[in-house]
Design a protein around this ligand. Sequence first.
Ligand code: GAR
Length: 208
Amino acid sequence: MERRTRIAVLVSGGGTNLQALIDAERSGIIKDGEIVLVVSNRRSAYALERAKNAGIEAVFVSKKEAGGQEGFEARLNSLFEERSVDLIVLAGFLAILGPEFTARWDHRIINIHPSLIPSFCGEGFYGLKVHEAALAKGVKVTGATVHFVNEVPDGGEIILQKAVEVMEGDTPEILQRRVMEQAEWKLLPAAVQQVSEKLRKERAERGE
Ligand code: GAR
């Protein structure tokens, strides 16, 4: 088969999920995809450093400087088209993408969310807030979900999901760390490999 699936990763923060993807590509867990670009919507995101350290092109795109949502998405589209990106991975990307953008990349954007969707998801549920809500509700099991991205925040088709136990005395920070270690850092690379392989086979069938 010809070339691997070309992946752009969108980030906003520390980038531990990006690191898990970089490590998985190196170790061969992601064998049908390659990360060709990392884009952050925050200049100070440590994820940009992780990308540079791994020799991956890292770009900051400011929504403000791009003239708002439309300009931001246009900039993303041209970055991705110039680099022949096939798959977009949201790894701790804490901004919403609009319906035109998600339609343009239908079934080619995936996201990791730190709960068992449809619990504790949708607009306003991101990062530690998700774990605070889970603890406030008193759920005994939470987890992580990887899903395709459509026009409904956290509403697209689920690809993989993994449950994680909530323990007595958990704080949001402790629970967040357990969900990352036991679920996110394995689940996201597995889903990225699965979708990369599928897209690669589809390209081969089309003779690309
Ligand atoms: C992760 O827990 C990810 O699941 C979550 O933000 C964190 C980013 O950490 N994403 C969301 O809440 C999306 N709604 P990271 O920058 O270390 O990967």
